[in-house]
Design a protein around this ligand. Structure first.
Ligand code: NAD
Length: 352
């Protein structure tokens, strides 16, 4: 297959591309604007492959996207490019509307023009796969799970922009017949995770001897999905999913934020103990909650399991161990980000 990946220099996009180049014979074209979150060194393990090509550009640039699609002739567009951090969406929602909504609209328009020009088998086989989040469903109480039919109820500028982009994708499927797929996944984590997100932030601040910020009382619950499991899920969906369908992707690993932080601390205590012999958990510090912080997200991933045979293979304990080890072994990767892009300071305290 020929796969155009947008946002392939990001956390999940780079994991998908490493998987596709490493484990399949597919060709990949990566279109990425290289915002603060785009890190080309995340692709170093595969970037000399003759099946991989990178183009620096913006998904909102219609002529560029049209030209790339015409030249590359993709079988699949895997659309991951987005502004992805809730805290940043609180500080600056405009970029989220531009990239996540206008950018997705542009990708759909260019994909539609290309698809309408195809015929026969290539037209029937083409897929536009939109990668989205479980945050579009809003917040759960202590019980229940999001399914593919849960009503949308986004609450942050980020989740609202992703919900809007999901609706655009479905509309292009219903109205124009574009063969679309949507996946809504839970919180990813793993190697090459940008340090603004909870798990890498805690690892890096712990090693620096700094306070480990836990929002509110730490009781908010998220489901955690190891990013390499997610990459396999995305491939299963665009290779075998039914056009027009949505698939929820989860890790079967619900944890309270405080327990996530404690698990990281305990792993670091084993793998890289503090010089003074004290536990890393001593650095935990409860801070002002995120404005509008959703209480709980949890995914029912039965559909993708029953119809496409995908299940997560990495448990939360295994995934945390692998992630902590990776950050310990790859200090150059994140040291460079801290020096040039983001210094782990608090974001997203709305001045309401
Ligand atoms: P990320 O922030 O790590 O990467 C986003 C990438 O998109 C970056 O490489 C960035 O340079 C690129 N990009 C941003 N604007 C662009 C533009 N206008 N044109 C081209 N490229 C642009 O994000 P991620 O964590 O890898 O998430 C990927 C996708 O998965 C997003 O759509 C996100 O909403 C979704 N998602 C992420 C998670 C998660 O836990 N990380 C969970 C659910 C869904």
């Amino acid at each position: 297959m020929r796969i155009l990946v947008t946002g392939g220099a990001g956390f999940i996009g780079s994991a998908l591309i490493r998987h596709l180049i490493g484990e399949t014979g597919h060709q990949v074209l990566n279109l990425d604007k290289l915002t603060y979150a785009g890190v080309l060194s995340s692709l170093a393990p595969i970037d000399n492959s003759p099946r991989y090509r990178f183009v620096h550009g913006d998904i909102c640039d219609a002529p560029l996207v049209a030209r790339l699609i015409a030249e590359f002739e993709p079988d699949v567009i895997a659309h991951l490019a987005a502004e992805s951090h809730v805290d940043r969406s609180i500080d600056g929602p405009g970029e989220f509307v531009q990239t996540n909504l206008v950018g997705t609209f542009n990708m759909l328009q260019q994909a539609l023009g290309y698809w309408q020009g195809l015929d026969g088998e290539r037209k029937a086989a083409f897929r536009f796969h939109h990668i989205s989040t479980d945050e579009v469903f809003g917040s759960l109480g202590e019980e229940g799970y999001f399914t593919e039919t849960t009503a949308y109820d986004p609450r942050s500028p980020y989740s609202a922009s992703k919900a809007g982009s999901d609706h655009l994708v479905r509309a292009w499927g219903h109205t124009y017949g574009l063969p679309v797929l949507v996946t809504n996944c839970s919180n990813n984590y793993g190697p090459y995770h940008f340090p603004e997100k909870l798990i890498p932030l805690i690892i890096i601040r712990a090693l620096a001897g700094e306070p480990l910020p836990v929002y509110g009382d730490g009781s908010n619950v998220r489901d955690w999905l190891f990013v390499e499991d997610h990459a396999r899920a995305l491939r299963a969906v665009f290779e075998g999913g039914v056009p027009g369908e949505t698939y929820n992707v989860g890790g079967n690993s619900e944890r309270r934020n405080l327990d996530v932080v404690k698990a990281i601390c305990a792993t670091l205590d084993r793998l890289s103990p503090r010089g003074d012999g004290r536990p890393y958990a001593d650095q935990i510090s409860f801070v002002t909650d995120r404005p509008g912080h959703d209480h709980r997200y949890a995914i029912d991933a039965a559909k993708i399991r029953d119809t496409l045979g995908w299940e997560p293979q990495v448990t939360f304990e295994q995934g945390i161990e692998r992630t902590v080890r990776w950050f310990l072994d790859n200090r150059d990767w994140w040291g460079d980000i801290l020096a040039r892009r983001y210094d782990t300071q608090r974001l997203g305290l709305a001045k309401a």
